[in-house]
Design a protein around this ligand. Structure first.
Ligand code: TYD
Length: 142
């Protein structure tokens, strides 16, 4: 866990994704060249989310992410072990960039919301820190 990066909450930022509006619907595209601050390796999405659910509750050691509300809305709270910041996501053409080494907690889901995550790495449980106290301790050692 000593490998955790010394990233801070202020490194998190909203990124606007390329939009192609049309009378019959809008198309949005994310691609490695230009849009994303990392090379895309994997996507996953979360749906059928019951009311009052809480997701996230972890940090990654290597994985960078772009978290998007492609349907509905929800709040993403990020922490670097010191500072905390809450972002409300509700536009399918915007994503929250979360660098490695940042704690994330997602809640306040609207009905029918869909969380799309663009990720920089393959899935590995070894890349997770799932205990907040361990996370704070690791960040304090940076
Ligand atoms: P997790 O990342 O904890 O979800 P969230 O951050 O949204 O709360 O993942 C939930 C479960 O799904 C966990 O058992 C690991 C598994 N999982 C995979 O098998 N592959 C994946 O790519 C992801 C993201 C999760």
């Amino acid at each position: 866990m000593s490998k955790i990066p010394g990233s801070v909450v202020d490194d998190c930022r909203i990124i606007s994704i390329e939009r192609h509006p049309h009378r019959q619907g809008t198309l949005t595209v994310a691609q490695n060249s230009g849009t994303l601050p990392f090379d895309l390796r994997r996507i996953y999405y979360i749906y059928d989310i019951p009311a009052n659910s809480e997701r996230g509750g972890h940090a990654h050691i290597e994985q960078e992410s772009l978290v998007m509300a492609v349907g509905g809305s929800f709040d993403v709270t990020v922490s670097d072990g010191g500072k905390t910041k809450k972002f409300t996501l509700n536009r399918p053409y915007e994503g929250l960039y979360i660098p490695a080494g940042i704690w994330r907690h997602i809640d306040n889901f609207s009905s029918g919301s869909i969380v799309l995550v663009l990720a920089s790495t393959d899935f590995s449980e070894d890349d997770y820190i799932r205990n907040f106290e361990d996370f704070v301790t690791a960040k304090a050692q940076k």
